[in-house]
Design a protein around this ligand. Structure first.
Ligand code: GLY
Ligand code: MN
Ligand code: MN
Length: 437
């Protein structure tokens, strides 16, 4: 992503913050796996969104209209010995020259410099409650300023959740963000196709997971956007199944919920297909109910529609389908009103998608579902989960977990399915698995 994209974001946030404000954003901490081994580092999305800087032990400070520069970056200094062991650092010079900071200071100087930057500010924008140790530092710096008020300085009176302002910006994706998300979805589509082509009865779920990761990595995505769900048969009915350790059985369905993260942007795609490449009669019937629900929900992704419209459309199709095959009995309106579908479809139809898989942004505004607007990206992911021993449900439907999930951009005239390269109809899936395509 180009540097000017990050500068644009900082400018937009500072326009909202206004003069008299300071925003303080710490980078994510490194998480220890054990002893001196760490988990792969993933920068905090808010921090990266505004800086494009992906090193730990850094703090970004934004001060609109500050004479000596509005963007200040505290980061690690260059240190050949440390870099020999742990990898390259940008250092202070590059923080300014490449990352566009107006000023850069060593991270060790934070305590010395921050109180001075807070002096005479009215408001502090900060995400409280995420990093308790850092919360404590912020309180200390503000207290230090309060202790000096007899010298004529003023201390901030207002603490404002940075997320509130920033997440509204993150909800609307720029051209560059859409490009990154489209790329993430395209790579994930290739991974799902690879999984379909490689799947055979007798393989283990983790072997299919390996195929997904192979495709992600081949295209430069070092990490999935979330742990991949690869669940055969009954495991497809466990919504957040990630053990991925069982054998795949002939005659079962396989549910894969997996998406690559590209340039810190997520994709989130689910496909369900038969382990042996051919849907049984019952599997096809249930699959096509979910597919109809998904298509009806996607149809509702239009600017001006309410957030909840796709969910309502999916619920209607799922309930109608379950009634047609005799799993639900009664009048459609009362089945919907009484949520009779809930034992088989218990989650909602989607969520915002962006840098985080469950991305930021409010779903309701003033107590009402918000309207969809161009630039928003959401998932549409209805499902049907018929567990073993489901009461009053014929055995032929048991152990069937189906979800179909796509990533959908709201456009000016309707929508664009970013994950459209992922095969979805029964015919497409069977043809791919038979290596006809
Ligand atoms: N993969 C998580 C979700 O679909 O929400
Ligand atoms: Mn998903
Ligand atoms: Mn999802």
């Amino acid at each position: 992503m180009e540097r000017k994209e990050f500068a644009r974001r900082r400018k937009r946030l500072m326009d909202i913050m206004n003069v008299g404000s300071i925003a303080i954003l710490p980078a994510s901490k490194v998480c220890v796996r054990n002893n001196d081994v760490e988990y792969p580092y993933r920068p905090d999305s808010d921090f990266y969104y505004l800086t494009g800087f992906s090193e730990p032990e850094s703090v970004a400070v934004l001060i609109p209209d500050r004479k000596h520069g509005e963007f200040i970056l505290f980061c690690r200094e260059k240190e050949p010995e440390a870099e020999l062991w742990h990898g390259r650092r940008a250092g202070l010079e590059k923080a300014v020259e490449y990352y566009g900071a107006d000023d850069a200071f060593p991270i060790g100087d934070l305590d010395e410099i921050l109180p001075g930057l807070i002096e005479n500010k009215e408001r502090v924008f900060y995400n409280m409650g995420i990093d308790h140790e850092f919360d404590h530092h912020v309180q200390n710096w503000v207290n230090q300023v309060r202790c000096k008020i007899r010298t004529g300085v003023t201390a901030p009176e207002e603490f404002i959740s940075l997320g509130h302002a920033l997440h509204e910006l993150r909800l609307f994706k720029s051209r560059a963000e859409i490009k990154a998300m489209r790329r993430a979805a395209k790579i994930s589509a290739k991974a799902h196709i690879r999984a379909m082509k490689k799947c055979r009865p007798g393989m283990k779920e983790y072997q299919i997971e390996a195929e997904l990761l192979h495709e992600f990595m081949q295209h430069g995505c070092r990490s999935p956007a979330y742990p991949s769900i690869v669940g055969g048969g009954a495991n497809g009915c466990i919504l957040h199944y990630t053990e991925n350790s069982d054998p795949l059985n002939d005659g079962d369905l396989l549910l894969i919920d997996a998406g690559a993260e590209h340039d810190y942007y997520a994709s989130d795609i689910t496909r369900t297909f038969p382990v042996n490449g051919k849907f049984s009669k019952e599997q096809k019937i249930l699959y096509e109910i979910v597919l109809r629900a998904q298509e009806a929900a996607i149809e509702k992704v239009q600017p001006g529609n309410y957030w909840n419209d796709p969910h309502d459309a999916a619920v209607r199709e799922i309930t109608k389908g379950l009634k047609e095959i005799g799993i639900l009995k009664g009048r459609l309106p009362s089945l919907i009103k009484n949520e009779a579908y809930k034992p088989y479809y218990m989650h909602r139809t989607g969520h915002w998608l962006g840098m985080d898989v469950h991305d930021v942004g409010d779903y309701k505004v003033n107590g009402e579902w918000r309207l969809l607007e161009p630039g928003m990206v959401l998932t549409i992911e209805p499902g049907l989960y018929i567990r073993e021993h489901s009461r009053g449900v014929a055995k032929k439907w048991w152990n069937t977990g189906i979800r179909i999930e796509d990533d959908v951009l709201v456009t000016r005239n309707g929508h664009d399915i970013l994950s459209k390269d992922t095969p979805k109809t029964v015919e497409e899936i069977e043809a791919i698995m038979a290596h006809e395509i």
